[in-house]
Every structure is written in C-alpha cells, then in structure tokens.
Design a binder for this molecule. Structure first.
Ligand code: FES
Length: 139
C-alpha cells in the first residue's frame, strides 16, 4: 500500500517535471513564431528628457535594429538609425569629435547623420522624435 502511494507521488512529480520541461522548450518557440506588437516590438523608445544632456547620445533598439538619440549643442534632438549606410555596421559615438564613426571602414557621420567622410553612400536614416511633459519619444 505504501509502495503504491510512493509510486503515485513519484508519478505526479515526474509528470510535473515533464510538463515544466515541455513548457520551457515550447514557450520560446511560440514567442519566436508569434508576431510582437507595440512597445514589445521596440517600435517606440522613451526616456526622460533630463537624462540626455547637451552633447550626450543614447543608443537603443528600435524595431529590431540599433538606433541613437543625440542631444546636440544648443539642445536640438535628433534620432537616427545607428546602422551604417555602407555595409550595415553599427556606428559608434566619438565624443571628442562630436560625430559618429563606423568601425568597419571608417565612415564618419555628423550629429545629423550626414556623411562627413569614408565610403557610406548616404546619411544615417532619421527617425521621428518628439518631446512631451519631459519625456522624449522616438517612433
Ligand atoms: S560599413 Fe560603415 S563604413 Fe563600411
């Protein structure tokens, strides 16, 4: 009798572990296959205006790609794709030069995304940016 209770208890425990393992495998597959929406898909990005002082940049994910927010000297905000227009490397911020530099082939871009030097054929793509109640929103 006691053995049967143990077997039943062990069966319940193993069944629970099996269900947890199946969930652990199937959940990521489900998340991969189903489309995401809204902020979850990274189609908007927000941050406090006070956290981006003049001359600062903030890199973030935007719609599955790298993007950057720039607070230019004088306070103007610019949001850009951080994907180089040459072969798609992610540009980096050069604070000393106040410009973006591509690590792959040396392309350089201004804070407005305009090509300053190197092989990139066109400017970094601009993204829509707005400010309301102290919050910067891209997208
Ligand atoms: S990928 Fe940026 S300069 Fe070539």
């Amino acid at each position: 009798m006691e053995d049967e209770a143990r077997r039943r208890f062990l069966g319940v425990c193993l069944g629970g572990l099996g269900a947890a393992a199946a969930g652990g495998v199937l959940w990521p597959v489900y998340r991969y296959l189903t489309p995401r929406s809204g902020d979850e898909a990274g189609r908007t990005f927000s941050m406090a205006e006070q956290d981006l002082p003049e001359g600062a940049v903030k890199f973030f994910d935007f719609a599955g790609s790298a993007a950057v927010l720039v607070r230019k000297k004088g306070g103007e905000l610019v949001a850009l794709s951080a994907v180089c227009s040459h072969l798609g490397c992610i540009v980096q911020w050069d604070k000393a030069r106040m410009s973006f530099v591509c690590p792959c082939h040396g392309g350089q871009f201004s804070t407005d995304g305009v090509v300053l030097a190197g092989p990139p054929p066109r400017a970094l793509a601009k993204l829509p940016v707005s400010v309301a109640k102290g919050v910067i929103t891209v997208g």
